[in-house]
Design a protein. Structure first.
Length: 822
RNA sequence: GCCCAGGUGGUGGAACUGGUAGACACAAGGGACUUAAAAUCCCUUGGACCUUGCGUCCGUGAGGGUUCAAGUCCCUCCCUGGGCACCA
């Protein structure tokens, strides 16, 4: 057979067609076969695949093909996170309906995914803007309402002026919009909320089952975000006798309270009429939330004139209004202990408030007059009534017990996590299924009327506001209760709702119910989820919450949706994340055109381990292309030597062939471990490169012999099979070229023989006092005694130890001999 | 400030439980093939030194320590990246 050029383009298209015809990627329940659900985070259909997608889906595809070859019944679906603002912006700008824009983008990106050779079961494709999909968003909303997990309240919200909508807390970290990076403003609006805080404990408890299978970093980020703290609610009192509750995690310092601080928004301040105080409150309220949480923000306050009584001491202390106290957390007011809290200390110094020491350092007593900062270490209680003399750690418990027993304290747990605000003042999203009736109030849409369809014929008038509010035919609806005139809710759901349950919908994309029981119970949970770390406290937290609710409703079989999580690193070029604004974007299409999908995939896996950032390098891509070319040329050149019928007699092989065969079996062993156990694909590829290099190094005359042909055939078979999940098209083409009629896509992962992986000779190092003095080839089976004798007999070792006393000899068989002499 | 990763050749990165540091690839240099170039194939490639040897010394951010042996373990410090940061 003459050598042929590696024409990646025709090869790749040829095999994509054949695999599609043979329905290689079809996922079906096979009773008794171990399932493996492998999922990558589904994309937003922006129109073009970027390198981050390519990396994400290449890793997923490698794993799915590998697991399939390992005998698992692999489930590998994909879909589209297709609601969201960009479609709406494009519509306003170009006057294209969002649905059309989105469908076009999906068609284009789907073509790109197919062109990459990713093995998805396209029969299970879902898209979230489909009415048959989002109807279940609405259904869940109603069900969650029944369970008391949905409510509406007026609250201060994060408003993005650019996106013209509200954002959840998770989406407005540090006062910056997660999508467009505008500074968010504060607004007061009626909002729908999902009560995620009701699941705060469950979300925390679930981390225990995820440990080891999720990156520690993601768990830590979620834990911090939930921010559980346990403490005590203490009823202080106004001097008039009214209750004044505060929350503290440090009841051991309660005897050291010298003032109190309250949030400017606190309603109780309405009674304060003093001009200076009122002006202060108004000034602070005008500051944006972004400013108020910035680190440069000076802590300021003003004495409200109100006085508070400490129930433990009877002390009367001033109540300050402070800009650093948050209305949303605890009771909106705090007790301040300058002696033992850094912030309180600074505040007290600024306003000349006394400092009272109640925890002393037992090793080095503190003098209050000399304090330069708060004492926040542990110590012993002083000046603390009946608790004086005990360790402060114990005092936390004892003082809490005391307060509870006396009736002015309650143990309390607080969370930083807030309920999930899901209202969006946008058009291109799932309508919230609620009707407002003047007579009956807020009425949920009856289940039988679902879905509330999003009208597709809309006119934006070049306006960035949602058109739903102006559409009479959408707006006007009879009240489901009284039949009178009523109006629909015009707000839509946060698109993170759509992505909070899509993974379960893949199991039964066309079912009449939300999920088909049999399918969902067979396939869920996701065994291996792959995506970017940027969703650690967004999508991954919402999805866990949703799955728990679905589990409580009996809809899904598991409490946690994602058993194992892999967070892949970013794709970097010239030291920065690829982005349009940086102008360092590489278009995957260009790479495919120039080198083909197989090279693109190989480079993505070779350049860096999946968890780490990947440094894009045009030269590096060429290296991957060159490797595939080397494999191509060698296999095509020697294709006629291939035989499927082999009976290799290992004992009769010449040394060079034994060596090649050993190399092969070691490669299979290492590549298998690198993928299955370590998920380090770059070293797996390096091993296959070494094996290929070894092929080129093998004496061609030896390969011409009958034995040589058999060994070569074994190498070809195992090498191409291993290469398949990385670069499937070229592997499949070469496999066919060898005369095989089976498909690698339907093959099993190669095996190796343990005894063949053992090297016949290894290099052993002889050291004297830890320094290498000689090297020698030796059988790895030599005993410690043999090796020691060998080392001692070596010329250079003898030289090195003459005149010295040998104190000790350490022998590691197959590795080294270290002679300690002096 | 707190927590978590990480710091290895000119570059991306290897080195699994302490046991030959630098696998594999890129770049660079040399050779073969060619009228020539590209492609391909082969060789060299951490640094310094000289007596050019199957040579000596140095070398994994810095400094100490444990050990026969440290990139790997321990302590202190420096730097980079990420997360958290008025949450009472």
């Amino acid at each position: 057979m003459p050598e042929q050029d590696y024409n990646f383009d025709s090869i790749e298209q040829k095999w994509q067609k054949i695999w599609a015809e043979r329905e290689i990627d079809k996922c079906e329940i096979i009773e008794g076969k171990q399932k493996y659900y492998l999922l990558e985070m589904f994309p937003y259909p922006s129109g073009r695949l970027h390198m981050g997608h390519v990396r994400n889906y290449t890793i997923g595809d490698l794993m799915s093909r590998f697991m399939r070859m390992k005998g698992y019944n692999v489930f590998h679906p994909i879909g589209w996170d297709s609601f969201g603002l960009p479609a709406e912006n494009a519509a306003i700008k170009n006057n294209i309906p969002p649905a059309t824009w989105t469908e076009d983008n999906i068609a284009n990106m789907k073509k790109q995914l197919v062109r990459m050779g990713f093995s998805y079961d396209w029969r299970r494709e879902i898209t979230t803007f489909d009415r048959d999909y989002y109807r279940w968003n609405q259904w869940m909303f109603l069900k969650m309402m029944e369970r008391g997990l949905v409510y509406k309240k007026k609250s201060s919200v994060n408003w993005c002026p650019q996106c013209q909508t509200v954002l959840a807390n998770e989406q407005a970290e540090n006062g910056i919009c997660w999508r467009c990076e505008s500074t968010v403003e504060e607004k007061h609006l009626e909002q729908w909320f999902f009560k995620i805080t009701a699941y705060a404990e469950d979300l925390l408890a679930g981390h225990e089952t995820l440990k080891g299978n999720w990156p520690e970093q993601v768990i830590t980020m979620q834990r911090n975000w939930i921010g559980r703290s346990t403490g005590l609610r203490i009823n202080f009192a106004f001097d008039t006798g009214e209750d004044f509750p505060i929350y503290t995690t440090r009841p051991d310092t309660v005897y050291g309270v010298t003032f109190m601080v309250i949030a400017p928004e606190h309603p109780i301040l309405d009674r304060v009429k003093d001009r200076a105080v009122r002006e202060f409150i108004e000034r602070i309220k005008r500051q944006s939330s972004a400013d108020r949480v910035s680190d440069e923000m000076e802590k300021e306050g003003i004495d409200s004139g109100l006085r508070i009584v400490n129930p433990f001491t009877g002390d009367v202390v001033p109540l300050y209004v402070g800009n650093f106290v948050l209305m949303e957390y605890g009771t909106g007011a705090i007790m301040a202990v300058p002696a033992h809290d850094t912030r309180d200390f600074a505040f007290a110094k600024k306003y000349g408030i006394p400092v009272k020491l109640v925890i002393d350092n037992p090793d080095k007593p503190i003098r209050v007059a000399e304090m330069e900062d708060a004492y926040i270490e542990d110590g012993v209680c002083v000046d603390s009534g009946p608790f004086t003399g005990i360790k402060n750690r114990e005092a936390i418990e004892k003082i809490s017990d005391y307060a509870v027993q006396k009736g002015f304290g309650v143990r309390e747990t607080n969370y930083r996590l807030r309920d999930w605000g899901i209202s969006r003042q946008r058009y291109w999203g799932c309508p919230i299924p609620v009707i407002y009736c003047d007579k009956c109030g807020t009425v949920p849409v009856p289940e039988k009327d679902l879905p509330v369809e999003l009208p597709l014929q809309v006119d934006f008038h070049g306006d960035s506001r949602s058109p739903l509010g102006q559409m009479e035919e959408f707006l006007n609806v009879p009240c489901p209760v009284c039949g009178g005139r009523a109006r629909r809710e015009t707000e839509t759901m946060d698109t993170f709702v759509d992505s909070s349950w899509y993974f379960a919908k893949f199991t039964s994309p066309k079912s009449k119910e939300m999920f088909d029981k049999k399918e969902v119970n067979y396939w869920m949970p996701v065994d291996h989820y792959i995506g970017g770390i940027e969703h650690a406290v967004l999508h991954l937290l919402y999805a866990r919450f949703f799955n728990m609710v679905m589990h409580d409703m009996g809809l899904v079989p598991n409490r946690e949706p994602f058993t194992r999580l892999l967070t892949q690193g970013m794709v970097i070029k010239d030291g920065a994340k690829m982005s349009k604004s940086k102008g360092n974007v590489v278009d995957p299409d260009d790479i495919i055109k120039k080198y083909g999908a197989d090279t693109a995939r190989l480079f993505m896996l070779f350049a860096s381990p999946p968890q780490k950032d990947l440094d894009w390098s045009d030269k590096g891509v060429e290296g991957s292309f060159r490797f595939l070319g080397r494999v191509w040329r060698f296999v095509t050149k020697h294709a006629e030597k291939y035989t499927a019928n082999r009976a290799i007699d290992g004992a009769a092989l010449p040394a060079s062939l034994t060596a090649l065969r050993g190399e092969l079996h070691r490669t299979v062993m290492i590549v298998t471990g690198d993928i299955a156990e370590r998920m380090q694909f770059n070293t797996a590829i390096a091993r296959m490169m070494e094996l290929t290099n070894a092929l080129y190094q093998t004496d061609e005359n030896k390969l011409e012999t009958p034995q040589g042909k058999e060994v070569l055939s074994e190498v070809f078979e195992k090498l191409l099979t291993m290469l398949f999940p990385f670069s499937p098209h070229i592997a499949e083409e070469l496999w066919q070229m060898l005369g095989n009629t089976t498909l690698l896509a339907e093959s099993t992962w190669p095996s190796y023989e343990e005894k063949l992986t053992v090297r016949q000779m290894v290099e052993v190092v002889f050291q004297v006092n830890g320094k290498i003095r000689a090297k020698e080839m030796a059988s790895p089976s030599l005993t410690k005694e043999d090796l020691e004798a060998m080392a001692m007999a070596h010329e250079r070792i003898k030289e090195s130890i003459t005149g010295k006393q040998v104190r000790k000899v350490i022998v590691i068989p197959g590795k080294l001999v270290n002679i300690v002499a002096g």
